[in-house]
Each structure stands twice: as structure tokens, then as C-alpha cells.
Design a binder for this molecule. Structure first.
Ligand SMILES: *Cc1c(COP(=O)(O)O)cnc(C)c1O
Length: 432
């Protein structure tokens, strides 16, 4: 049984994704190779869109958090699906603009947007800034004034919910670099300042409580806290904010034990909490934004590598070395993230070979997985690491001057190149 429903074992005994044979992909495009299943990505987008229809009568928009996977092709697909986009840098915004993504459906995040980025985003005419702090608020108001434009903003609020503790907690003051604190009155002060800012319209508030979360309760609690804040702002200023961005963070399946709640179930339960709160506080239901990143692209992707050596150290472990590693997937060295791997040309053999999957960089920590159970393999075999669609390509680096791999999208069994493989020439392009 394969980890995700878009994976198959074909007649040749090879791993296939979205109907495409991974061995043929590796031969055609080389390795390492990121492969993205376009149909799977579109399915998740449609599910989020239809949940907004069902749960909020269409008064909302899912935004793809582009930091999870950013290139022009994904921006085009998000545009075709009628999604919004969340960007956190001038570079992500530039990518979206170059892909023809409508600026009005973009929200700009980040705790330290530079003057240049603010100016560029205003010139693009983006839909919302998500303002993180008072310095940004002032700078944005001033820059908008100089440019004779007006922009809608949300305030990033710390709802005081930490979804990453084992049993999530509600604390007085979460230590976070992002956003305005509620408890100290900082958020209320910011709301007042934003309401008075000449060139800004405060349309609402935003929160994001973490990532790879499996429980529903922290999301419900965050929604309640945020609506409580909207009520308090109305009480203090007379202004009822009309928009609420509830962030992203829905968990995905990396290994068999991960059992994410179906995303439409999250949406349904959180919307119940939203509607109950609106009733209780006598608020008009706000327009709802959500910002899933990982859950849109994560399970849709896999990475193909060629195995270069199999090194058995008696009574210790067996290293299987691949032609990529931390440069294309830094998640194990960063977080000891769990992944499942398959020898793609032997996918129907039993996975009883316990190995450490090692990258090619000059770092002992450059591993993709320890204690992985894969098929017996030899140099020349192709290894697939699953669920790598999010935070792999977007986190890739050129450490050891390793060129970044290509990205291929598969649709109806047919592959097409979306990002070319970097060349040695690309590596020295900016060297003087
Ligand atoms: C990272 C991030 C997201 C997306 O999180 P996922 O876990 O990928 O869904 C959304 N909003 C903000 C503000 C983020 O920082």
C-alpha cells in the first residue's frame, strides 16, 4: 500500500505518480528531480474553494501560502483555480506578478518588510498588507501617502495559542516574533492607529497558529479569540472589522502514522465556531480567508534520486547515498522530519532493508532519513522520497555549489518541465 492515493505501482513494478512512471521521468529529466502531481494540487484547491462556499456562503477566499512552493507555474495554477496568494517577500511577489497573478488577490506577510518591498507591493496594487508591527504601519502609511495610493490592511494578531506543544496551550503571552499581542493592549493600540492612518483602511485581522497541526481545537479556539478581538475593537472604536484571516497550518501525511483530519472537516468545525461566536457577540459574519500551504502541495510532490553507493557498516548501520540531500530537502537536518522512501524501480518488492539515507554534502548531518525501511537496493537504483511537495524546492540551497534540481509537473500521466535544472553557469552568474 502506498502512502498517498496519487501513487501507484504500475505493470513494470515501478512507482508511478499521477499515472507517470517515475523511472521514465528520471531517465527523461535526470535526477535529483522534483515531481508534482497537478491533479492532486487542483483537487485540494477545489476542496478548499467549495468548503468556503458551503461553510461561509462563498464569503471568503482560500489563499495559497506560496512559501511552501513558489514558482511561476504554481502561481498560474492557483490563478486558474481562483485561489488567492499569500507572499512573504518581494521575490515571491515578483514571481506571482511575472506569472500574471492578479495583485488584488495577494496578501503580503512578514515581520520585517523592507521599504523597497513595501514600495514595490504598493506599485503592484496588491490586495492587502498584513501588518506585523507599528514601525511597519507608519512606514506603510507614509509610503502610500508619497505614492498617492490607498491600501487595505489586516493586522497580524498573536491569539496566544501554541499548537505545537504536545497538548496545545493558551498562555498569557506567547513568545513570538510575529504580530501584535492581545494581552498587553498592543493589538488594540495598533487597531486604533490603523483606523486613524490616512492612507490605510483596516479591513480586518489575521492569525496563524503554527504548521503541520492535526487537532481541530486550536483552530476553533483561535477563531473565537479573534472574533472576541473584533468585538472589543467595535466596543472601543465603533468600527466593526469585516475580514478575518485564520491562517494555514493543516497537517499532511508524511508517514503511515500521520492521520490528518480531512480538510473539509476542519473547515466545517471551524466555521461552526465562527458562526456561534458571531451570534454570541452580535457580529456580522466576516469575510473569511484561510492560508493553507503544505496541505495544497505537500502530498502532491515526490523527489527522485539516483543511488550512488550502499555502505554497510557491520552492526552499526547501512548508508544509502543519493545524488541530492540537504540542498534539495533541508527538513531532516532542520527538524528531523519523518519521510517515507521507496526504491522506485523495485516498488513491488518488500521493504525490509533498514537504512540511513544520506545526502552528498560535506556534512555528517546531511541525511534525509534514519531507520528508513526500503527495498533492497544497489547503486544505480532510483529512490523516491514521498510527500516532498512543500518546503523542499522552496527551501533548496546551493550549498557545496550543488545546482538546484528541475521541477516537473505531471498531468494526465504526461510530464512537463516547470523549472529547469540549474547549470554550473547559473551557479556563477552573479560572481564578479
Ligand atoms: C507558513 C504560513 C502559512 C502556511 O502554513 P502551512 O502550514 O504551510 O499551511 C500561512 N500563513 C502564514 C502567515 C504563514 O507563515
Amino acid at each position: 500500500m502506498m502512502l498517498n492515493d496519487n501513487l501507484q505501482i504500475n505493470a513494470a513494478g515501478h512507482l508511478a505518480i499521477g499515472g507517470a512512471d517515475t523511472i521514465a521521468l528520471a531517465e527523461e529529466f535526470g535526477t535529483p528531480l522534483y515531481v508534482m502531481d497537478e491533479d492532486k494540487i487542483r483537487q485540494v484547491c477545489r476542496m478548499y474553494k467549495s468548503s468556503i462556499e458551503t461553510c461561509y456562503g462563498g464569503n471568503g477566499l482560500p489563499l495559497f501560502a506560496s512559501k511552501a512552493f513558489c514558482c511561476k507555474e504554481i502561481c498560474r495554477i492557483m490563478n486558474e483555480e481562483g485561489m488567492g496568494l499569500d507572499v512573504v517577500s518581494g521575490g515571491e511577489l515578483y514571481t506571482a506578478m511575472q506569472a500574471g497573478f492578479p495583485a488584488k488577490r495577494i496578501q503580503f506577510h512578514g515581520n520585517n518588510k523592507t521599504q523597497d518591498e513595501i514600495s514595490y507591493a504598493l506599485s503592484c496594487g496588491i490586495g492587502h498588507f498584513v501588518v506585523d508591527n507599528l514601525s511597519e504601519l507608519e512606514l506603510l502609511d507614509e509610503t502610500a501617502g508619497e505614492k498617492h495610493c490607498h491600501v487595505d490592511i489586516l493586522l497580524r494578531i498573536k491569539p496566544g495559542i501554541d499548537a505545537h506543544t504536545h497538548q496545545f496551550i493558551r498562555t498569557g503571552q506567547i513568545d513570538s516574533k510575529f504580530g501584535f499581542a492581545l494581552e498587553t493592549g498592543e493589538a488594540m493600540d495598533a487597531a486604533k492607529a490603523a483606523i486613524h492612518a490616512k492612507n490605510l483602511t483596516l479591513t480586518g485581522v489575521h492569525c496563524h497558529i503554527g504548521s503541520q497541526i492535526f487537532e481541530i481545537q486550536p483552530f476553533e479556539l483561535a477563531a473565537k479569540v479573534m472574533l472576541g478581538f473584533i468585538r472589543d475593537v467595535r466596543a472601543e472604536t465603533g468600527v466593526e472589522l469585516q475580514e478575518l484571516n485564520l491562517g494555514g497550518g493543516f497537517g499532511i501525511k508524511y508517514v503511515e502514522n500521520d492521520q490528518p483530519v480531512p480538510y473539509d472537516r476542519y473547515m466545517e468545525l471551524v466555521s461552526n465556531a465562527v458562526h456561534m461566536c458571531c451570534n454570541e457577540y452580535d457580529l456580522t459574519a466576516p469575510k473569511i480567508y484561510i492560508e493553507p500551504g503544505r496541505s495544497i502541495v505537500g502530498e502532491a510532490g515526490l523527489t527522485l534520486y539516483k543511488i550512488g553507493s550502499v555502505k554497510q557498516i557491520p552492526n552499526i548501520r547501512t548508508y544509502v547515498s543519493i545524488d541530492g540531500g540537504m540542498t534539495d530537502n533541508p527538513r531532516y537536518i532542520l527538524y528531523q522530519s519523518q519521510y517515507e522512501a521507496v526504491v522506485a524501480n523495485k516498488a513491488n518488492e518488500s521493504a525490509d532493508f533498514e537504512v540511513t539515507i544520506a545526502g552528498r554534502c560535506c556534512e555528517s548531518g546531511d541525511l534525509i532519513q534514519e531507520g528508513a525501511k526500503i527495498q533492497r537496493c544497489i547503486p544505480g537504483d532510483i529512490l523516491a522520497v514521498l510527500s516532498t511537495g512543500a518546503y523542499n524546492y522552496s527551501m533548496a540551497s546551493n550549498y557545496n555549489r550543488v545546482p538546484r534540481p528541475a521541477v516537473v509537473f505531471v498531468k494526465d500521466g504526461a510530464p512537463r518541465l516547470a523549472v529547469r535544472r540549474e547549470s554550473y553557469e547559473d551557479l556563477i552568474r552573479n560572481d564578479i
